[in-house]
Design a protein around this ligand. Structure first.
Ligand code: FES
Ligand SMILES: [Fe+2]
Length: 337
């Protein structure tokens, strides 16, 4: 069971074309495409005639045509043509989902459509703000999406899993959590730590200060605001280098044990430098694949004995609060049915 009254990322804008795209979201088969006019559409990927998947059909103008017997559906999911018939049954329709195209993503609402307010789409503006540079991708992860959310909120793993990419030992960092009505936020502050490898490659000296602000936005988004400042020796004439990165992460459940992890790494420096962009793209792909390997291994162990006890420490509190928020949403939705 997943909370449904939330905006989830269904796809990157760049993935959508007039070629139908099949994707399982929240356990449901969904077909995504653009009409000839360019509008993004999400429909149940199950024809109401004989349940053939609509993604095996084709987009014809503003309609999608089932590839089996040619029924055609508009973007509201209503069947508007049945070859050889003049009358269309009233119940000839498939479910359509509200979508919003914003900040390089196609956002989908799979719950109560009357509550699908576009204003509730998270603010991911650095993905397409001219003052920021963007890199990003979708990563398939064979694990419960909440394991990825927990990974993003507990960054104590960075110095271990990512020791050769983006991490350095910051176990001396302080961590403080706060919860508001619409977010769970943690601030991780490290002083005078070894500079992470990727900052070194950008010319930083050996020591730095680093602050990471992790924000969980229910039900499936985590932003990470990272500021790294080079430490310069007292009395040195050079100015300390600084780096500001916003990581925007949306993790959409595919099934109970798999998810679509949409990530972006945005930065407000060297924004027109393709070499720096390529560096961030390849480094982040590598780093997040390190997470994927560990999380998938964790899921396999959990599957063997889901009731095995665990220990919770300070760094886990964000994940605990995030799970609570999602459970509350689920409860509210179940009560409303
Ligand atoms: S199954 Fe789609 S038209 Fe028959
Ligand atoms: Fe990680």
């Amino acid at each position: 069971m997943f909370a449904r009254n939330c905006w989830y990322v269904a796809a990157q804008s760049s993935e959508l074309s007039q070629a139908p795209l099949a994707r399982t979201l929240l356990g449901e088969p969904v077909v995504l495409y653009r009409t000839q006019a360019g509008a993004a559409v999400a429909l149940e990927d199950r024809c109401c005639h004989k349940r053939a998947p609509l993604h095996r059909g084709s987009v014809v103008g503003e309609m999608i045509r089932c590839g089996y017997h040619g029924f055609e559906f508009d973007s509201a999911g209503i069947c508007v043509r049945i070859p050889g018939l003049d009358t269309i049954p009233d119940n000839a329709r498939v479910c359509s989902y509200p979508v919003v195209e914003r900040h390089r993503y196609i956002w989908i609402w799979m719950g109560d459509r009357s509550a699908a307010d576009p204003a509730l789409v998270p603010d991911f503006h650095t993905n397409d703000d001219a003052a920021w540079a963007y890199t990003g991708a979708r990563l398939a992860v064979a694990a419960d999406y909440m394991l990825v959310i927990e990974n993003l909120l507990d960054l104590s793993h960075v110095g271990f899993i990512h020791a050769n990419t983006i991490g350095s030992d910051d176990t001396s960092a302080s961590i403080a959590w706060e919860s508001t009505s619409d977010a769970v936020r943690g601030v991780r502050a490290a002083h005078d730590i070894e500079t992470p490898p990727h900052n070194r490659r950008q010319g930083f000296g050996p020591r730095c200060d680093q602050q990471k602000i992790m924000t969980f936005l229910p039900c499936s988004h985590v932003t990470i605001d990272i500021t790294t400042t080079e430490r310069v020796p007292a009395g040195a004439s050079q100015t300390a280098k600084g780096m500001h990165i916003m990581l925007l992460n949306s993790v959409t459940p595919e099934t109970a044990s798999s998810c679509h992890y949409f990530w972006s790494s945005t930065r407000d420096f060297a924004i027109d430098d393709p070499v720096v962009t390529e560096f961030f793209q390849s480094m982040t792909v590598r780093a997040f694949d390190e997470d994927r390997v560990m999380i998938e291994a964790q899921q396999r162990i959990i599957d063997r004995n889901p009731a095995a006890p665990t220990v919770t420490v300070l760094g886990d509190l964000g994940g605990v609060q995030a799970r609570r928020r999602v459970a509350q949403r689920l409860l509210t939705e179940t009560d409303a049915r």
